[in-house]
Design a protein around this ligand. Structure first.
Ligand code: FCB
Length: 437
C-alpha cells in the first residue's frame, strides 16, 4: 500500500489514469482511416515481436468495463486521446459518424460514472493520408490540425474537463523523425527541424481555433521532460548535457510559452528549419490554461564530436532501474516541477504521466509512492500542482516495444483480453477511496 493519503496533496488535487487511442483501442473498423502507427507497426522490424495495435486492448468494444475500473479505482479523471483518423478518416474533410458516436459513448460513459474527461487531440497517430503529403514536414498539416481541433472542440468541448493539443512533441519529432524509432520512422535532420516547428505551430493554430469556436477553458499541452546529466564532470560532457536539456526540456516549452527557441538549438537547426520560422513565433505563443508534464527518467550525455548535428551520445546510468532499463529518480520530478513553475510563472501544472514498467508490484507501488513524495515536496516549495495522472490503467501496446513492457496497474490476459487488477490498482483504490478529497 502507499504511505500517502489523499489529504497529503491538499484539497481538489486530481488523480487520474492515462491511456492513448492507438495503444488500447484496436477497432480498426466502422470507417476509421489508417494512421501512421498502423502501417509502421505492421511493417517488419519496427516493433518488438512484430507486435501491433490492430486489436490492442480492444478498448473500442470494452470501454465500458474499462471506465468501471477507473471509477472503482477511485480515480477522478481519465486522460484519453482521440484517434484523429477515426473522426476524420483522411485527416481533412469528411467526418466518420461512427467515430463521433464512439467518442460520444466514451465521454458520456465517463460523465455517468463521475469521471472527468481529459482529452488529448494528438497522441501520435497521424492520419496516413496526411503523411502521404509529408505529414509534419508539410506546413499544410498545421491547418489540418487546427480544423480538426476546432471540430473536436465544437463537438465534444462542453463535456470535456480539459483539452491538450499534443502529447510529447519531443517524441513526435526527435524520436520519430531523427532517431527513427517511432512512426513515421525517419532519420533526417531536415525532416526533424520542420516537424519540430510545425507541431508547435499546429499547437498555436489549434488553440486559436478552439478559442474561436468558444472553448475558452482548460486548454493546454503535454510535454515530456527527461533529466539530462553529464556522464562525467568534463566540461565537454557538461556542455553536451546542456544541449540535450535545451532540445528535450526547453525547445518545446519555450516555443509555446515564451514564443522563442533556445539559441543552442536554433544555431544547429537553422539551415533545416522552414524559412521565416521566426514569423510564426507569436502564433505558437498562445495563452494557455495549464501545462502537463510527463516524467519518467534521465539520460547521461557524453560529448562526441564525430556525431553530426547534436555531437553527443546518450546512455542509461547506474541507478535503480525499472524493467525497461529506465533509471528511477523521483527527486528529478520535484526539480522539473519547480523549474517549470519558475520559468513559466502563473500556469497551473499537472503531472500528466508517470509510471513504471514492472512485473513486481511492490516495486511499482514504491515507484508511485516515491513520486508522490516528490510532488508533495514540490507543492511545499510553492508549485501550483493540480493533479497526477498515472501511466497507465491497462498493460497496452507500448509502441515500438510492443506488449513486452508492463506499465499497467491492471494486467490483461493476452488470449482472452480479460482485465486483471494488480496490487498497485488496489493501492490506488485504498488511497483514493478511504480518504476522499
Ligand atoms: C510516454 C507516452 C506513453 C507511453 C509512456 C510509457 O512517452 O506518452 O504513450 O508510451 O511513455
Amino acid at each position: 500500500m502507499f504511505s500517502h493519503k489523499r489529504a497529503d496533496f491538499g484539497p481538489d488535487f486530481l488523480f487520474g489514469v492515462a491511456m492513448a487511442a492507438h495503444q488500447i483501442e484496436g477497432g480498426q473498423t466502422d470507417g476509421r482511416g489508417p494512421s501512421i502507427w498502423d502501417t509502421f507497426a505492421n511493417t517488419p522490424g519496427n516493433t518488438r515481436n512484430f507486435d501491433n495495435g490492430n486489436i490492442a486492448c480492444d478498448h473500442y468494444n470494452r470501454w465500458a468495463e474499462d471506465l468501471d475500473l477507473i471509477r472503482d479505482g477511485g480515480f477522478d479523471a481519465y486522460r484519453f486521446s482521440f484517434s484523429w483518423s477515426r473522426l476524420i478518416p483522411e485527416g481533412t474533410g469528411a467526418i466518420n459518424q461512427a467515430g463521433v458516436d464512439f467518442y460520444d459513448r466514451l465521454i458520456d460513459g465517463m460523465l455517468e460514472r463521475n469521471i472527468k474527461p481529459l482529452a488529448t487531440l494528438y497522441h501520435w497517430d497521424l492520419p496516413s493520408a496526411l503523411q502521404d503529403r509529408g505529414g509534419w514536414m508539410n506546413r499544410d498539416t498545421t491547418s489540418a490540425f487546427a480544423d480538426y481541433a476546432a471540430f473536436a472542440a465544437e463537438k465534444f468541448g462542453s463535456r470535456l474537463e480539459s483539452i491538450a493539443t499534443f502529447n510529447e512533441p519531443w517524441c513526435i519529432t526527435v524520436l520519430s523523425h531523427f532517431l527513427g524509432a517511432h512512426a513515421p520512422g525517419y532519420r533526417d535532420v531536415r525532416a526533424t527541424a520542420r516537424a519540430m516547428h510545425h507541431v508547435l505551430l499546429a499547437h498555436g493554430l489549434g488553440i486559436k481555433a478552439m478559442r474561436e469556436v468558444g472553448t475558452n477553458k482548460n486548454l493546454g499541452i503535454v510535454v515530456n521532460m527527461e533529466k539530462c546529466d553529464p556522464a562525467s564532470d568534463k566540461p565537454e560532457d557538461i556542455e553536451a548535457a546542456a544541449l540535450g536539456d535545451a532540445i528535450f526540456n526547453q525547445f518545446f516549452l519555450d516555443g509555446v510559452l515564451k514564443g522563442s527557441y533556445p539559441e543552442k538549438v536554433t544555431d544547429i537547426l537553422e539551415p533545416h528549419l522552414p524559412t521565416n520560422w521566426r514569423d510564426d513565433m507569436a502564433t505558437l505563443n498562445q495563452p494557455l490554461d495549464w501545462v502537463g508534464i510527463n516524467y519518467y527518467t534521465r539520460f547521461l550525455y557524453t560529448a562526441d564530436p564525430k556525431v553530426p548535428v547534436f555531437p553527443f551520445t546518450q546512455a542509461r546510468g547506474p541507478l535503480e532501474k525499472t524493467n525497461v532499463g529506465w533509471e528511477v529518480i523521483p527527486e528529478a520530478l520535484t526539480e522539473f516541477l519547480v523549474r517549470v513553475s519558475n520559468h513559466y510563472p502563473g500556469l497551473p501544472i499537472y503531472v500528466t504521466e508517470n509510471g513504471a514498467s514492472e512485473t513486481d508490484e511492490a516495486k511499482r507501488i514504491s515507484f508511485f509512492d516515491r513520486h508522490f513524495a516528490a510532488m508533495v515536496e514540490a507543492k511545499k516549495q510553492g508549485v501550483d500542482l493540480r493533479g497526477y495522472i498515472a501511466w497507465t490503467l491497462i498493460d497496452n501496446f507500448e509502441w515500438a516495444e510492443g506488449f513486452t513492457p508492463k506499465f499497467g496497474i491492471v494486467g490483461m490476459d493476452p488470449e482472452t483480453l480479460d482485465r486483471q487488477p494488480k496490487d498497485s490498482y488496489r493501492a490506488f483504490q485504498q488511497m483514493l477511496q478511504s480518504s476522499p478529497a
